[in-house]
Design a protein around this ligand. Structure first.
Ligand code: ADP
Length: 172
């Protein structure tokens, strides 16, 4: 039997997203991916047609700071197709979190598209943890903008900055 490990094979997963901003739900998926793969690259996908609430620099800084304690994590960004990025770094897998059933249809479509563009990389879905089933970056932005408590949603390391940046409408 040929064992991949004996040939020096290192499994590599990528966790893509817009991370606008990174949430406790993202961190949960990233940590779990880091237990399954030798290396994990968290890649912030930049979509020039989107208008994010946080700049690319801010989002990268937030990702770096909140994943700094996980030893096999690297952080990167990419402008272009995820399938091309996955091929470029020879990723074993794209890891995505699935929250509610409504995520499924879109994610399944993306997985099929990515596999047809790059058959060398599989998409793997991890079920969201119960605590983060209904957590999204857009929920953080919405709650934060109106001064609601986002502490349960956002990692401690970036909480104050995210709060300050979002809470512009509080005095209205
Ligand atoms: P969002 O969907 O919150 O706008 P992203 O586009 O950055 O965030 O999502 C990147 C990936 O993270 C997607 O695969 C998404 O399903 C996953 N994800 C986002 N929030 C959660 C969560 N609360 N639990 C599990 N996975 C999540």
């Amino acid at each position: 039997m040929v064992c991949r490990e004996t040939e020096g094979f290192m499994s590599l997963a990528i966790c893509p997203g817009s991370f606008d901003p990174i949430t406790r739900g993202h961190i949960d998926i990233i940590r779990r991916a880091a237990l399954l793969f030798d290396r994990v690259i968290v890649v912030m996908m930049i979509n020039p047609s989107k208008d994010p609430a946080f700049s690319a620099e801010e989002r990268m800084d937030f990702i770096r700071r909140t994943t700094a304690g996980i030893p096999n994590i690297e952080v990167d960004y990419y402008v272009g197709l995820l399938a091309d990025y996955a091929a470029k770094c020879k990723a074993t897998a794209i890891v995505k979190g699935l929250r509610v059933m409504s995520d499924f249809e879109y994610e399944f479509q993306m997985a099929l598209m990515n596999r047809s563009l790059n058959p060398g990389t599989e998409t793997i879905f991890l079920p969201a943890s119960i605590d983060y089933m209904f957590l999204s970056s857009s929920a953080v932005r919405e709650v934060g903008r109106y001064g609601g408590d986002i502490a349960p949603l956002v990692p401690d390391e970036i909480l104050d900055e995210v709060k300050q940046r979002l809470c512009v409408k509080k005095g209205l």
